[in-house]
Design a protein around this ligand. Structure first.
Ligand code: FAD
Length: 402
């Protein structure tokens, strides 16, 4: 603990994968910049980035989400050397068996429409009728299905905690400083009389241990806690911490070639090593529940629905479970990126609503471009601007996995 001020060109609150990625891109694009990551728990015990299902897909319905994941895939594919530090390569175990979204007859038309959008944006997602599904996945019950959409070769999963750690490590090797501290308050520069209402300026961040971080720019990358942090600056963010439980299941019968299956009954599963992981959307879905897995979510109903889809899962056993928070943007379930309206130097990257690991490479690059150049240079992320909250402009993404 000390009272000495810290100084940085850019101070990022939260060193989860979003904050780490922003720091990585900033220090890569401008090695002279001083970047500090302020993280209250450097063990990351409750950070979503260490607790996710670590999967990546292109089956979205909005072009911007498709494009962000395409860039995410490119980044993940190159992670081995891109994130190497002092010649030590990184292994993130990327595997691409695809997501398999399943549709009942009433959902088939919507699936076809989404598929057209995906193809228009270069996402190679194959549509499979019930016969093709049965031929490809003999363990799948297709009796009630009209269609499936499979992204083999472009979608899959990886070691998310390893990716997060590698981005953070590489960002530090490029010069970003990681400081263990909790940000408790914002200090604003005095506003000159008659100044524009868009010019409110953060002068420093106050830390719970009494220190200050004097900064040129401040970024809220506090994930599920970003609403609380924003409130300290007088900003209302509709980002809520919603607990999601992931179950690790064992199954004595082989289920070969299993992709990440998203079932119309509202659950998903995929292989994880020699086991499977499974998740579903809780009902009711309450804010800020303690991060203990809710074992009741894998009840008779969930088990029966799973065994209906894959009869081999009749005999699954729950081996263990964990829980993490979705940082759920209740406005429209999509990322909130960019400069807060009314502020000259307070930015945010949050609200990823269940797809933040795969979007972190693109979000980090986009935020870095905004901070360094005042505009996007590669992918235009303006549809996800945080300004859309005030404008009432929703990004209508219909492929949200609750
Ligand atoms: C069960 C589950 C499954 C998921 N599956 C996937 C998936 O398959 N694919 C995918 O792309 N995404 C998935 N996600 C979503 C993904 O995990 C998140 O979107 C992503 O990790 C968000 O990263 P973040 O850096 O914004 O948040 P976090 O990783 O939570 O990091 C935020 C950090 O901010 C710190 N912090 C907060 N407040 C302060 C403060 N005041 N001062 C200092 N530090 C502070 C916290 O300690 C934390 O480390 C899943 C999430 C869960 C919970």
């Amino acid at each position: 603990m000390g009272t000495e001020d810290l100084r940085a060109d850019v101070a990022i609150v939260g060193a989860g994968i979003a904050g780490s990625s922003i720091a990585w891109w900033l220090t890569r694009l401008d090695p002279t910049l001083s970047v500090v990551l302020l993280e209250r728990d450097t063990g990351f015990g409750s950070s979503s980035s260490q607790l996710s299902a670590s999967s990546i897909r292109q089956q979205f319905s909005t072009p911007i989400n498709i494009q962000m994941s395409q860039f995410g895939l490119e980044f993940l594919s190159g992670a081995r050397s891109l994130l190497a530090v002092e010649g030590e390569e990184v292994e993130i175990g990327l595997t691409l068996p695809g997501y398999l979204f399943l549709a009942l007859p009433a959902q088939a038309e919507a699936m076809r429409a989404q598929n057209a959008i995906q193809h228009a944006h270069g996402a190679r997602i194959e549509l499979l009728g019930p016969e093709a599904l049965a031929a490809r996945f003999a363990w799948l019950n297709t009796a009630d299905l009209a269609l499936g959409a499979l992204g083999a070769g472009v979608e899959g999963w990886f070691d998310g905690p390893a990716l997060h750690s590698a981005i953070l490590r590489s960002a530090r090797a490029q010069g970003a400083r990681l400081v263990r501290a909790e940000v408790s308050a914002f200090e604003f520069a005095p506003t000159a009389p008659g100044a524009s209402p868009d010019s409110r300026r953060v002068a420093a961040l106050h830390l719970a241990d009494g220190r200050r971080v004097v900064c040129g720019q401040a970024v809220n990358a506090a994930g599920p806690w970003s609403r609380r942090l924003a409130a300290a600056a007088g900003i209302e963010l509709p980002v809520h911490a919603r607990r999601r439980t992931v179950f690790v299941l064992s199954c004595p019968t082989p289920v070969p070639g299993c992709p990440l299956v998203v079932d119309p009954a509202g659950f998903w599963f995929r292989p994880e090593g020699r086991h499977f992981i499974f998740g579903t959307t809780p009902n009711p879905d309450t804010d800020d529940l303690p991060l203990e897995p809710n074992l009741a979510e894998f009840d008779e109903t969930a088990w029966a629905a799973l065994a209906h889809r894959v009869p081999a899962f009749e005999s699954v056993r729950v081996e263990r479970a964990w829980a993490g928070y979705y940082e759920m943007n209740l406005f429209d379930h999509n990322a909130l990126l960019g400069l807060h309206p009314g502020f000259a130097n307070l930015w945010c990257a949050t609200g990823f609503s269940g797809h933040g690991v795969q979007q972190a490479p693109a979000a980090g690059r986009g935020l870095a471009e905004l901070l360094l150049y005042g505009g996007f240079r590669t992918l235009d992320l303006s549809p996800l601007s945080v300004g859309r909250l005030a404008e009432g402009r929703r990004v209508l993404e219909s492929n949200v996995i609750g």
